[in-house]
Write a protein that binds this ligand. Structure first.
Ligand code: SF4
Ligand code: SF4
Length: 492
């Protein structure tokens, strides 16, 4: 850091710290922070909608006993043939059978030759058949003129195709690779690639598209060989391989776990709430990139990847690795789950950040104190050298035993270290101040004060207490949301 920057940061820190301490002292930070934390606008990455906050209109004054549709005669259920898509689907299967099969019906044969219930339906609704014929002709006409529009509407078309893919596709989404990456990652790629204005344009576009698919955070990194697994390649099997040349960049995306269930780890949380979101976002991004002419492969949790995510996300500027081995980001803390899409699109990579996580971790150690398995190191400084990189290392085997020791049987896991990490906080005013002030404090005093407050005002059940009896008491760091508490809804 240069001197000017240092001065700027100190000045900034002193100004903001003065303001912060005044505000904090006045308001009573712990209580006020707690209240602000329950404001649904602070639930980064899940938004108001996931909590019903968008259904804000008070309907009570307008409740009526009779629905506003008018019943004027004898009623009946809807026949499937009355549904436009089902009816048109039936007709399409007759007109355009799969493969080389001969059509089973043509418009020239007339309504009488249609099978039931189509025949009766169209005899009663002759205009509908004419309209369907017109729709088919229009669609064929448009397919013929697509060349005229395909450049102007390339992005809109790619974006909507990506959205439609999980619905139109067969089987799991995103589809898993088949064959080596040189075939698989290019399968379905648009033959034409328009000249990109610049790599910076590429990065901005891809980030915006990823946000629109639901990513909370997006960063771009060059793919480093060190982060690519060796010995197994999806779609090929157990092989040693060179990093494919077209894995030039990785678009790294992050989403949080649902906040309230995450705080109530291990019993009420699941990693899959974040994983399932990531699979959709990454899968759509893969389709989008292919649609605009680039090779793409999504790498998604829990196991469908060839790249280690945390170091890739560090390169992409999303955050830093904490003592617990999990990525810590300024926006989501350790409540950050990751996926990536590798591509040969020319992108401008982001730079890594340093917001002082390592320094904070060296004095915090809350995750190590709370870990039920004792898997997290207590050493002040990172002391392990892993494949040539120095960091804190967790004992994964011990951690896995705890995943299998918790009370809930599905989507087993623990995640206590994510829940207790002081960085895993919602986006309320007090954490906004802390987030801005702490990384600019060259003395470390601010973080020490915050940590002392954290340890004073938050209670932690402690290690084994998170486990079921006889080892523990199914304790959680935060209270479970009422919508996950069976006893609130059922007699048990
Ligand atoms: S997931 Fe649980 S057992 Fe594993 S390191 Fe974190 S706190 Fe420890
Ligand atoms: S709980 Fe504390 S020591 Fe552990 S990762 Fe978070 S900040 Fe670092």
């Amino acid at each position: 850091m240069d001197e000017d920057n240092n001065k700027f940061n100190r000045r900034n820190f002193i100004k903001t710290a003065g303001l912060a301490s005044g505000v904090i002292a006045l308001a009573g930070a712990a209580g006020a922070g707690l209240a602000a934390g329950s404001n649904k606008d602070s639930y980064t990455g899940w938004g108001r909608t996931a909590y019903g906050e968008d259904q804000f209109f008070n309907r009570k004054p307008f409740l009526v006993d009779t629905p506003t549709y008018d019943k004027v005669g004898e009623t009946r259920r809807i026949a499937f043939i009355e549904d436009l898509f089902k009816r048109n689907g039936e007709l399409s299967r007759l007109l355009f059978p799969r493969g080389d099969e001969t059509p089973l019906w043509s418009f020239d044969e007339g309504v009488e030759k249609l099978p039931e219930p189509l025949k009766t339906y169209y005899l009663e609704h002759p205009d509908a058949l004419g309209e369907f014929r017109k729709a088919i002709e229009k669609s064929q006409e448009q397919a013929g003129t697509w060349d005229k529009y395909k450049h102007k509407y390339l992005l809109a078309d790619a974006w909507s195709t990506a959205h439609a893919s999980p619905i139109g596709g067969q089987g799991a989404f995103p589809p898993q690779p088949h064959g080596n990456p040189e075939e698989s990652d290019f399968r379905g790629v648009n033959e034409e690639t328009l000249p990109l204005k610049s790599p910076a344009h590429g990065s901005s576009l891809i980030k915006q598209i990823a946000y629109s698919f639901g990513a909370s955070l997006v960063g771009i990194a060059k793919v480093k060989e060190d982060w690519v697994y060796q010995g197994y390649m999806r779609g090929v099997g157990k092989i040693d391989f060179e990093v494919p040349e077209h894995w030039k960049y990785a678009v790294v995306i992050a989403v949080p776990h649902e906040w309230d269930s995450m705080y109530a780890n291990p019993t009420y949380g699941t990693s899959y709430d974040a994983y399932s979101k990531l699979r959709f976002i990454a899968g759509k991004l893969e389709v989008f990139l292919k649609e605009i002419g680039y090779a793409a492969r999504s790498h998604v949790p829990p196991t469908s990847y060839e790249i280690a995510m945390p170091p890739l996300a560090i390169d992409a500027g999303l955050g830093e690795q904490g003592r617990h081995g999990v990525l810590v980001t300024p926006e989501l803390g350790a409540n950050t789950r990751l996926a990536a899409v590798t591509t040969n699109m020319l992108l401008e990579p982001d730079k890594p950040i340093d917001i002082g996580i390592k320094e904070f971790c060296s004095k915090c150690k809350i995750c190590a104190e709370e870990c039920p398995s004792g898997a997290i190191s207590f050493t002040d400084k990172p002391e392990n050298v892993i494949r040539g990189y120095q960091r804190w290392n967790i004992n994964q085997d011990k951690c896995f035993t705890i995943w299998n020791s918790v009370a809930t049987s599905h989507a087993r896991g623990c995640r206590v270290c994510l829940a207790v990490c002081p960085y895993s906080r919602k986006n309320n005013w007090i954490h906004k101040i802390v987030r801005e002030v702490d990384p600019r404090d060259p003395t470390g005093l601010f973080s020490s004060a915050m940590l002392a407050m954290q340890k004073k005002f938050f209670t932690y059940p402690g290690g084994q207490e998170y486990l079921p009896a006889p080892d523990g008491n199914n304790k959680t760091f935060g209270e479970a949301p009422d919508w996950l508490m069976t006893e609130e809804w059922f007699n048990i």
